[in-house]
Design a protein around this ligand. Structure first.
Ligand code: MRU
Length: 354
């Protein structure tokens, strides 16, 4: 299995996703500041993987606090979490993981735990192992949506690399393949950072799942030619009404899918759902450096000083989404109802207020 992230001897080991597919190398983070840099520069990326990295980063920060009284520890830990929360704005999992770590600290203080640092390290490791279990469950829940012989289009990387392991959208594809279905995947290269070409194509090759790489602007033509049976993508944040934020280019695919009568599926854990917001309109969309657009691997592909707009994500309204695969089953429209039902009893999600 591809290992994206691991806690080892009070350090965090990350597969360096910037170096793929040319180099398969791991980096070691010893401080929470190093985790912040790794999230910012996309060494670790993909909503669930960012969440796990944030939790482990918070645990690294806690481990560096010398033995201080709980009141002070809480204050300092809170400040560390607030700093990590600034690393990227869109993926809900980042904030979810930090909230869970803070809640665990409160519970540990209340129960009189003598070793708060160890408590936080254990919680971060739990978030990591649970993520893999959740992805496997999503795979089992979603695999029936894919039929033997399907040609599936995916965008960005929602695979093992984007999670602690197994993947969300690619997890569903993995699970369908594991039950004997023959599938073929069209991989959008995903400009400007090329998560599809560099990461998804690499993962699928490792898994021996037949795949064909296309540039993003080819997707519409393939749909018109009847070459695509289904589309499945991940999500960075899902609003209570089912609107999703995902990698830039997702919205165009969803609209095209509707025009061609192609099912458009999203696979994401409940930790990606933000029940505090009613629609996608208020999801913060990250804007990244213009050099991601003007340069390829350090080489300029546009005239110097070219003006650039580089939103990293876009919003897909719920009406374009055929179904959302979660660890609690397949959610259908109206999503406000199905999300409310799926969220019941899930810590941090009960408070859907509309
Ligand atoms: O900028 P990235 O590479 O972090 O963007 C990742 C995506 O858009 C993924 O589709 C999303 O996080 C889901 S990953 C399971």
């Amino acid at each position: 299995m591809i290992k994206t992230i691991a806690w080892k001897n009070n350090t965090v080991i990350l597969l360096d996703q910037k170096a793929l597919p040319l180099n398969e190398r791991y980096i070691t983070c010893r401080t929470y500041q190093e985790i912040i840099s790794a999230i910012k520069d996309l060494t670790v990326r993909g909503a669930p993987a960012i969440g796990v990295a944030a939790a482990m980063g918070a645990a690294l920060g806690a481990a560096a606090l010398s033995s201080i009284p709980p009141e002070k520890f809480r204050h300092k830990f809170s400040a560390i979490c607030a700093e990590i929360a600034q690393s990227r704005p869109t993926a809900r999992n980042l904030f979810w993981a930090l909230e869970r770590m803070k809640k665990h600290l409160e519970d540990s203080i209340k129960s009189g735990s003598k070793n708060l640092v160890q408590e936080l390290i254990s919680e971060a490791k739990r978030i990591c192992t649970e993520d893999i279990e959740i992805n496997r469950q999503m795979g089992k829940n979603g695999r029936a949506l894919l039929a033997d012989g399907d040609n599936i289009l995916t965008h960005c990387n929602a695979g093992a690399l984007a999670t602690a392991g197994y993947g969300t959208a690619l997890g569903v594809i993995r699970a369908a393949k594991a039950e004997g279905k023959n599938l073929h995947v069209y991989v959008d290269e995903t400009r400007p950072v090329l998560q599809g070409a560099r990461l998804t194509a690499w993962e699928l090759q490792k898994e021996k799942i037949p795949a064909t790489l296309i540039t993003d602007n080819m997707a519409g033509f393939l749909m018109q030619q009847g070459r695509i049976d289904k589309i499945i993508v991940g999500a960075d944040r899902i609003a209570a009404n089912g609107d999703i934020a995902n990698k830039i280019g997702t919205y165009a695919l969803a609209v095209l899918a509707k025009a061609h009568g192609i099912p458009f599926y999203v696979a994401a854990p409940l930790s990606t759902i933000d029940v505090s917001i009613k629609t996608g309109a208020t999801i913060p969309i990250e804007e990244r450096s213009g050099t991601e657009v003007t340069h390829l691997r350090g080489l300029p592909i546009a005239p110097a000083k070219t003006k650039v707009y580089n939103p990293a994500f876009d919003l897909t309204p719920a009406r374009y989404i055929t179904a959302i695969v979660t660890e609690r089953g397949i959610l259908r429209k109206p999503y406000l109802n199905s999300i409310r039902t799926a969220s019941k009893g899930n810590p941090g999600h009960e408070t859907i207020s509309f």
